[in-house]
Design a protein around this ligand. Sequence first.
Ligand code: FE2
Length: 402
Amino acid sequence: MDEYAGRLNNFYNTIGLKRLIFPPKLFYGPDALSFLIDQIPASGAIVIADSFLINNETFASIRKKIDANVFYIYNEPRYSDIDAILSKTDRNKPPSAIVAIGGGSTIDTAKAVKAFYIYGKYQRIGYEDRNISTVMDAKTLPLIAVPTTPASGSECSRYYLIFDHDGNKTVSRSWNLIPDYSVLVPDFLKNYPAKAAVLSAFDAFTHMYETLICRNESSPITNEFSYIGINAVIGAMHQIDKDRPEILPGELIEKLQLSAAIGGLVLSNIRTGMIHHAAEQMSSQVKLSHTMSLIVFCDTVMSFYSAPCADKYKKMIGRIREEGTNTISDIQDIIDLWNRLFDHYGISEELRKKMSAVKIDIKTLTEKVFSDRTWVEKESPVPLSFADVSSIVSSSVGRYKK
Ligand SMILES: [Fe+2]
C-alpha cells in the first residue's frame, strides 16, 4: 500500500495531533527562469503548457533550451485530454520529467499524467481506492510546476481536478503528486491584467482564510502561513485600489505568486470550507468561474463568523496593519476593499448579470451546502443549524440577483 495515497491522505488534524507536510521545493525571484531551465532535463521531458503560451516569448526561450514533447491545454481538462496525452507517450518508457507551465488546469493535467505512470490510473486517486499501490517510484519521475496565474495554488497542492467523460468534476489527491519543484517565474506575469490579478488573488485569499478559520483542523503553523499570505494579498490589493492600474504592477508579482503558493500549502494540509463548498454546489445551477462563484458567498460567511473568529480576525488585522496597510481596522474593511475592487473592474456587474439570468433554487442549494457534515458539525467555527446555512445561502445569492 502506498502511504502517500492511503494513510497520510486520510489523516486529518485533530486537537491532539497536527501535521505539516510540505514536499515541494519552492523557488522564486527574478532569476527563477534561468533556474527553471537548468532544472528541466535537456531531453526526454514532456511539457504540458497552457495554449496561451504558444506565442509567448518566455515560453519560447524555455523551448529553445530543451528537447521535449509539448502538449497544449485549451480548456479545463477532461479524461479524454489525459487519454490523448497518454496515447502519445510511451507507457513503458516514462519521461525524464513532466513540466507543467500554465494555470491550475494545466498543472492538474500534469498531475493526472504523473498519476498514471506511478499508479497505473489517474481517476479519483486517494478517494475510491485508498489502498492503491504504486507501480513506479514517484521520486523517479519529477514533476516541475510553473504557475502562470497566482490563484489556485495547484503548484503546491496535492489535489487535482479533472472532468470525467460526462462532464462531472472529479477530485483526486496524493502527496506523491504534489509537484517536486514549484518554480514561480515572474516573467510569466508581466503585463498580467489587474482585473485578472484581483480575481486570482481572491481565490488565494479564500484558501488561506478558510483554512485559518477551521475549528479543529487549523494548526498554529498553517495559521502563520495564512497570516503571512493574507497580509501580502491585502497589501497588494490596497495598492491596486489606490492606483487602479490596468496592468498588475511588477513589484506586486512576487507577493501574489507567493501568496497563491502558500494557499496551496495550507489547503493541502487543512481543507477549504463553506465558501468553496457552497460555490461548488452552486455550479450545477449557474455557470460561473471558480473565483466568481466564491465571491457570491465570501462576504456573508466572513461577517457571519465575526464573533466566533474574533481572536483570529484580530490577529489577522493586526498583522495587516503592522506591515503598513493601516486603512484596515476590522473585517468589514477587508470586505469593503474587495468589493471596491470588484466594482471598479466590472466584476460585480458581470456577476449580477450572470446570476440574474438564471433561476436559482435556494432550497436545493441550501440542502447541498448543509450536506457537508464535516464543515457544519466539526470544522465550522461554530456548529451550523439548517437555519444558519439557509440564511447564509439566501442572503449571499440575494445580493447578486437584480
Ligand atoms: Fe479555490
